[in-house]
Design a binder for this molecule. Structure first.
Ligand code: IVH
Length: 666
């Protein structure tokens, strides 16, 4: 067998093992064996780029080459389902269907998965396109990201599938993955995902498919579309699709009567809590496609299907008072303080109220009995008030007019729901928030410093803004409580190292409103130094891709403020990178920012030290031992068996040196 034939053989075998592992949950070879085959395939593919296949099992590893998503039109629009919340409405649905069909029919009952919907197109047994729902008519082409989801087949099994068809389903983040992801994000001080649905859709829209690959998404498919489907039954078609390799839920039941539907609903309303993924209802579909065609569609949804939504768990408790938090931007968030109440296994004491409009629309009064719901969110929310239980004379909740931290008057800008404290120069949570943002991992990444230390330094009058960090001396720190010489040294080292952080991240660290990471990169590419940016006119700014009026105005406002000018001057004196790297330093990127990478084995193309250097030059961190936090392992030949086992146990991706170099474009 020559190498090309071997590549084909390996691709076929790996597709099968992948299916057995991720769809059937029944692997027939060990993880080690799987990885060995994958490594062999990757090595051979690297040697034979001419034999590239967009659907090779090796694409599951992902890459960060995909840029902005293309919008594509759906061949069949992606409609939504009519929602019902009561058994009475389900009965009405049944009556309507019976009347219109006037013959026997079956209903397929299935779970309503609570993720993000996706439409997959297969041509000749190969996945050619994956598109999000978008507005139902057009969606984002997220094919490269979807290819990293292991339970979605890239190449189908057998030969019974139509030459061309679409299959739709739900991309989900399992609860365990979601909880782990949020734990990590909390440690890294990144914003948490509110629920697995947001996490799944956020991940799917990531610009870096290697990130998607690492997030362990799953997918259930529940709807086939095409001219040549094998059967007349929806249920039967899905059973066929399962044979082609799709993950189809086995919680599906065909029934003929209403009592059977209610039995299914009541059973799964309780039992769903034991499922690995989030569900928010039951979908009922007339099973026969012929009958579906007869029933047809309204403008928005099919007449042959309906979603019964589960009632979110809720509890009634007393609103004690409303307090207010002030964030880094000065935005004031109201928080409901509640009499502690048990809800879905935890005690709820506080609920988010978002903004003044929400308070007004709920017509909240202090002392009200309010309904709190969790509904898959981490932070519970108030969904209603039991007005009949309102104590006589209880005062309406009036949104505060002055900042609870500094007493300055609050303002509300046009088109914004939030109130802001405008005293950005002296309002403590705003100052601390800006410093915390400045030192955060994706900005200046100053190790050894965290919110508590910032708070302490601020309390002690050591810092008033982030530029003060660069004037800190060991003696200032040592004299503080809980701070020894060692911690002082660590902090100062972290601060010193941050002087090498590239210009684009410094720009992000400044915390200019609406200038997030991506915008900072774009701005840094267009204006190669802070002086160039400072000199830019509105017109100059608007010429930059993706910068609109709002961002441009915010940048101009930032530089017009003399306090900010002084701040930048002091950062410049401290020696921060306020211009883009010169050509010879250009090798520096942040492609590996935030990644912890373990190097293991013997390499062919570069020395270990060179790889170490490459990792650092690209913003990553080389660490010695494998842990849950390891992003991936850069593995050469003869990686130690203990390391391999540990990596597999923790599900940490293993990259070959070819993949690594390709990822860095070198
Ligand atoms: S069938 C024409 N089946 O619910 C109807 N949808 O509002 C095609 N969903 O956008 C959809 N589980 O994202 C169908 N078992 C299931 C589902 C399901 C979840 C989602 C889907 C759709 C929304 C409908």
């Amino acid at each position: 067998m020559n190498e090309i034939e071997r590549i084909d053989q390996l691709r076929e075998e790996l597709h099968l093992h992948n299916y057995q592992y991720y769809v059937l949950n029944a692997p027939v070879i060990s993880d080690q064996e799987f990885d060995r085959l994958m490594r062999e395939l990757q090595d051979l593919e690297a040697k034979h780029p001419e034999h590239y296949d967009a659907n090779s099992p090796s694409v599951r590893v992902g890459s960060d080459l995909n840029k902005d998503f293309q919008q594509v039109e759906h061949r069949y629009p992606m409609l939504s389902l009519g929602n019902t919340y009561s058994e009475a409405e389900v009965t009405e649905f049944f009556d309507r269907v019976s009347k219109s069909l006037n013959e026997e029919y079956e209903i397929c009952c299935e779970m309503k998965f609570d993720g993000t919907s996706i439409s997959l197109t297969y041509e000749d047994g190969k996945l050619v396109r994956a598109v999000t729902r978008g507005d139902g008519v057009r969606g984002d082409d997220v094919t490269d990201n979807v290819k990293t989801i292991r339970s979605i087949p890239l190449v189908l099994n057998g030969s019974g599938y139509p030459a061309s068809f679409e299959i739709r389903g739900e991309i989900l983040m399992p609860w365990t993955v979601f909880e782990e992801l949020n734990r990590e994000r909390e440690l890294r001080e990144e914003p948490l995902f509110a629920n697995p649905r947001n996490a799944a859709s956020g991940t799917l829209k990531s610009q870096n498919s290697a990130v998607v690959a690492s997030r362990k998404l799953d997918a259930y498919l529940y709807y086939l579309l095409g001219e040549e489907l094998p059967c007349d039954g929806h249920f039967e078609n899905l059973q066929e699709a399962a044979k082609w390799g799709f993950k189809v839920s086995d919680i599906m039941r065909k029934v003929k009567t209403l009592p059977e539907v209610f039995e299914f609903i009541r059973y799964w309303d309780v039992e769903r809590k034991n499922l690995p993924v989030a569900t928010d209802g039951i979908v009922l579909k007339v099973n026969s496609l012929r009958q579906q065609r007869h029933l047809g569609y309204t403008a928005k949804s099919p007449r042959w299907a309906i979603a019964y939504k589960f009632q979110a768990e809720r509890a009634l408790t007393r609103l004690e008072k409303v307090t207010y938090q002030v964030g880094r931007t000065g935005a004031v968030t109201p928080v409901a303080n509640l009499t502690p109440v048990q809800l879905s296994g935890t005690v709820v004491k506080r609920a988010s109220l978002h903004n003044a409009d929400i308070i007004a629309s709920l017509d909240l009064h202090v002392g009200d009995q309010v309904y709190v719901e969790k509904g898959g969110e981490i932070i519970p929310k108030i969904t209603g008030v039991e007005v009949a239980l309102r104590p006589a004379g209880s005062p309406k909740v009036a949104f505060i007019t002055t900042c609870p931290e500094c007493g300055s008057p609050l303002v509300r800008y046009e088109d914004e729901a939030a109130h802001y404290c405008t005293n950005d120069a002296a309002c403590p949570p705003q100052i601390k928030g800006r410093i915390e943002h400045f030192i955060s991992r994706r900005a200046m990444n100053i190790e050894g410093l965290g919110p508590e230390t910032v708070d302490l330094f601020f309390q002690e009058g050591l810092i008033r803004d982030a530029a003060d960090l660069y004037a800190l001396r060991a003696a200032d720190i040592c004299r503080l409580e809980r701070m020894g010489e060692k911690s002082a040294e660590n902090i100062l080292q972290g601060i010193e190292r941050s002087k090498q952080v590239p210009y684009e991240r410094v720009l992000f660290a400044l915390g200019i409103r609406f200038v997030g990471e991506t915008v900072a990169k774009k701005v840094a590419r267009a204006f190669r130094s802070i002086d160039a940016l400072r000199g830019a006119t509105l017109d100059d700014l608007l010429h930059v891709d993706e910068i609109g009026e709002k961002i441009a105005a915010s940048i101009l406002r930032y530089f017009a403020n003399p306090k900010n000018q002084d701040f930048i001057e002091r950062l410049s004196e401290a020696g921060l990178q306020l211009e883009a790297a010169t050509e010879e330093e250009e090798g520096r990127t942040d492609r590996l920012a935030g990644q912890s990478i373990v190097i293991s084995g013997v390499f062919a193309q570069h020395s270990r030290d060179e790889y170490k250097e490459m990792i650092e030059r690209n913003g990553g961190k080389n660490v010695g031992s494998i842990s849950k936090k390891t992003s991936f392992i850069l593995a050469g030949e003869n990686m130690g068996p203990a390391k391999l086992e540990k990596a597999q146990k923790l599900g940490i991706p293993i990259w070959t040196e070819e993949q690594f170099l390709a990822y860095l474009d070198v």
